[in-house]
Design a protein around this ligand. Structure first.
Ligand code: UGA
Length: 446
């Protein structure tokens, strides 16, 4: 890309949307040495970020935010005008949640953000889509950009993001791979400049067309979801045969063609990505006339949701067939450890279902309490695992925070009404709990 006066060859970057993806991307790009301006329409969020506070839980991110605010390389704004005047490369990182009552993705935020940005762009700017979108979006936005942008030599590119919550910093600074969806060599060159420090690591790079770049993202999430549901389907079969899914998974994982990662059976997948992405993928396939190609994802979704129902049934069985008048201590509300995200969280779903069936649920999570309380105010919230378990007829381990995994069963023994635990994440040591006098049950194992 053309050297920008006084700044060497480094493009100035902007990041539109400062949720989990955008805030992490903005901070990490500043950490890599770029000048970065982050934008959000939520003034409160921007004020927090500008004052050095990350509005969500992400290990390592607050320290990097403060460090890069101090260098002056990182700033935040709510002004599209400022973003347009500042940036050479603009990353679109706004959310694409599931539409209310439908499988399809809600494109309102992407479209609104894009349309606010386009009139402000400078000559030669590159707009880079990072949001997870239905195939065809990049082509549509590129055509709109060509038709409506007043500036010259402006282009669109697609650069899907694969970061995991809880490891977002690591995944952004040292990703497994980069994917550039481009329609010109000029766009590729600009993206290469914007990722130069990452490409130097080196990091594998796939340069491809728009359609493939958008598909890589949803295909990756569909594969991961399928792998989890596969092992959870095996857990169902283990339950019927007396097998142990943790041993099955271990043995399968030693086959390097299969691999042990994302083969952990339990309550299944949740969060703001996997569930809604497989549904949006199915919806898009239907529109494209290839719904049969993805009809297996319906089963992947169904297996996943069945695990939550099975968890509720197992817990009810263990307390004698009815939750009426029972105290249930729940450990975990986040959709996975090291996150405060409760979007489509299996743990919170199970807790709420059990409360609806007449139990008094008391819950503790190390990071997701505020989010859980806002979503499910009817549950009882406690300040520690011990307090959540106090007086419980049964304890449910639903999110495998290390604090829970390392818990000593004897310390809980003194506070519960009955020593019964269901390990929804297959992350506790059954022998240890049984030795301490507990009835230990888990999904997919005897
Ligand atoms: C997921 C993908 O892993 C990322 O690569 C992707 O970038 C991201 O979605 C996204 O689309 O933005 P994330 O939602 O942060 O990342 O969470 P994961 O680590 O994938 O976990 C998803 C769910 O699967 C969690 O509820 C977790 O408990 C569950 N899981 C994971 C299992 O039940 N078993 C496993 O073996 C692995």
């Amino acid at each position: 890309m053309e050297p920008t006066s006084g700044r060497g060859s480094r493009p100035r970057l902007t990041v539109l949307g400062t949720g989990y993806l955008g805030a992490t991307h903005a901070v990490c790009m500043a950490e890599l040495g770029f000048e970065v301006l982050g934008l959000d329409v939520d003034e409160h969020k921007i004020a927090l970020l500008q004052s050095g506070e990350v509005p969500f839980f992400e290990p390592g991110l607050p320290e990097l935010l403060r460090k890069n605010l101090e260098t002056g390389r990182l700033r935040f704004t709510t002004s599209f005008e400022e973003v347009g005047a500042f940036g050479d490369v603009h990353f679109l990182c706004v959310g694409t949640p599931q539409k209310q009552g439908e499988f399809a993705a809600d494109m309102t935020y992407v479209d609104a953000c894009f349309r606010a940005l386009v009139p402000q762009l400078r000559d030669g700017a590159l707009v880079v889509g990072k949001s997870t979108v239905p195939a065809g979006t990049a082509e549509r936005l590129a055509a709109e950009l060509a038709r409506t942008c007043p500036a010259a030599d402006v282009e669109l590119a697609w650069n899907p993001e694969f970061l995991r919550e809880g490891f977002a910093v690591e995944d952004t600074l040292t990703p497994d791979r980069l994917v550039f969806g481009v329609s010109s060599e000029a766009a590729e060159a600009k993206l290469r400049a914007a990722f130069a420090p990452v490409l130097e690591l080196p990091t594998p790079l796939v340069v491809t067309d728009f359609a493939t770049a958008q598909l890589v993202k949803v295909a990756a999430n569909a594969f991961l979801a399928t792998k989890i549901s596969f092992i959870n389907a095996m857990a169902e079969v283990c339950e019927a045969t007396g097998g142990d899914v943790t041993m099955l998974s271990k043995a399968l994982g030693y086959d390097s063609r299969i691999g042990g990662r994302f083969l952990h059976a339990g309550l299944g997948f949740g969060g703001g990505c996997l569930p809604k992405d497989i549904r949006a993928f199915m919806a898009r396939a239907g529109e494209l006339g290839v719904d049969q190609a993805l009809s297996f994802l319906r089963e992947v979704d169904a297996i996943n949701l069945r695990r939550r129902a099975r968890m509720v049934d197992l817990a009810r069985e263990l307390v004698g067939g009815s939750f009426g008048g029972m105290r249930v201590g729940v450990l975990g509300a986040a959709f996975k450890p090291n996150s405060d995200d409760i979007r489509d969280s299996p743990a919170l779903d199970v807790a709420a279902a059990i409360q609806r069936q007449g139990a008094a649920v008391t819950l503790y999570d190390p990071a997701a309490m505020d989010n859980a309380r806002a979503r499910c105010p009817e549950l009882g919230y406690r300040e520690s695992a011990i307090e959540a378990a106090r007086g419980a007829d049964i304890v449910l381990h639903l999110t495998e925070w290390s604090e829970f995994r390392q818990m000593d069963p004897t310390t809980l023994s003194d506070v519960v009404a009955s020593r019964r635990i269901v390990d929804g994440r297959n992350a506790l040591d059954p022998a240890q709990w049984r030795a301490a006098g507990w009835t230990y049950r888990a999904l997919g194992r005897p």
